[in-house]
Design a protein around this ligand. Structure first.
Ligand code: NDP
Length: 291
């Protein structure tokens, strides 16, 4: 039987509708409009598209969004100055530095400079530390989106074996860390794999929930998947102008229990979670008791 489709687009739409209502209520109560400042350096076309859709989504949710576009030759010092200005601007609640940054910029130093209370991507070491300790301030957007999808589709996680392929700071490591925590939509037994993992297929075949965050088109084949498993495809790869995930969707959906499509799976959730973090950031900065 073909896998059930996990419809991230529909879930994200519902979350965004609810968020727009929460934002309106927050603004009524406080007169504060949550404001996300995005920083885009250079002219990478994919980054440009991401920033544009984040900007549009903010406005739709009743939030303010400003985009700071800097030339590709921007220096470390210039970018740092902008980040510090945004940190100091009390009308800005969330700061998003779109990655990748050009080679001349020390990405880690820039991300570390973002005020942890405005760090809506949850990249700052303080926020990563809080997440690891199971008391998050912000949940990282893509991993949070995955967790919401698992919850919405009532995928059992307690005691389940989750195999994550990919160990990036943005997806692989944090989703592993979130699902291994105690609590609802967590309590999983987590294995994180990467390019040095031996016998990868023998591990992925043990997964009740398989999360692919690799960045290689259709890398996960049907032979790597346990029949009935839930397969979450984080990958966004452009092949001949078409978006393709890290999972071979056709063959894998023939044996998996549930699967996210690309596009329309994890991608829309990432933006919805970014908006939720922006409202959280506005709350944290407006109502100090929330910190
Ligand atoms: P990275 O390139 O940072 O990480 C890729 C990971 O895959 C690395 O840990 C790497 O291992 C591992 N890997 C590469 N080749 C293999 C292999 N042959 N076997 C096992 N593991 C391998 O990617 P990201 O995590 O940033 O992104 C992954 C994908 O998800 C990309 O397609 C990206 O576009 C997409 N993405 C989608 C988002 C969304 O909203 N849907 C958000 C963020 C990313 P090693 O560490 O050893 O090199």
């Amino acid at each position: 039987m073909a896998a059930a489709i996990i419809d991230g687009k529909a879930v994200a739409e519902r979350r965004r509708t609810a968020l727009a209502e929460q934002t309106a209520a927050f603004t009524r109560e406080t007169q504060v409009v949550p404001h996300l400042a995005a920083v885009l350096v250079g002219d990478d076309p994919a980054s440009g598209v991401y920033v544009k859709s984040k900007h549009a989504a903010c406005e739709k949710a009743g939030m303010k969004s400003t985009v700071h576009r800097l030339p590709g030759a921007t220096t470390q010092a210039e970018l740092m100055t902008l980040v510090q200005q945004l940190n100091a601007d009390s009308l800005v609640h969330g700061i998003l530095v779109q990655l990748p940054l050009p080679a001349q910029v020390d990405t880690q130093a820039i991300l570390d400079a973002v005020d942890p209370l405005k760090d809506v991507d949850a990249f700052h070491p303080e926020n990563v530390g809080l997440l690891v300790q199971g008391r998050p301030r912000f949940l990282p957007c893509t991993p949070h989106g995955i967790q919401v999808l698992l919850r919405e589709y009532a995928v059992p996680t307690a005691g389940a074996h989750v195999v994550v392929v990919g160990r990036s700071e943005i997806v692989g490591k944090p989703i592993g860390m979130m699902l291994v925590q105690k609590g609802a939509t967590a309590d999983a037994t987590v294995t994180i794999c990467h390019s040095r993992t031996r016998e990868l297929a023998s591990i992925t075949r043990q997964a009740d929930i398989l999360i692919a965050a690799i960045g290689k088109p259709e890398f996960i084949t049907a032979e790597m998947v346990q029949p009935g498993a839930t397969v979450i495809d984080v990958g966004i790869n452009r092949v001949d102008g078409k978006l393709v995930g890290d999972v071979a969707f056709g063959p894998v959906s023939a044996i998996a229990g549930r699967i996210t499509p690309v596009p329309g799976g994890v991608g829309p959730m990432t933006i919805a979670m970014l908006l939720e973090n922006t409202l959280t950031a506005a709350r944290l900065q407006t109502i100090p008791a929330n910190r």
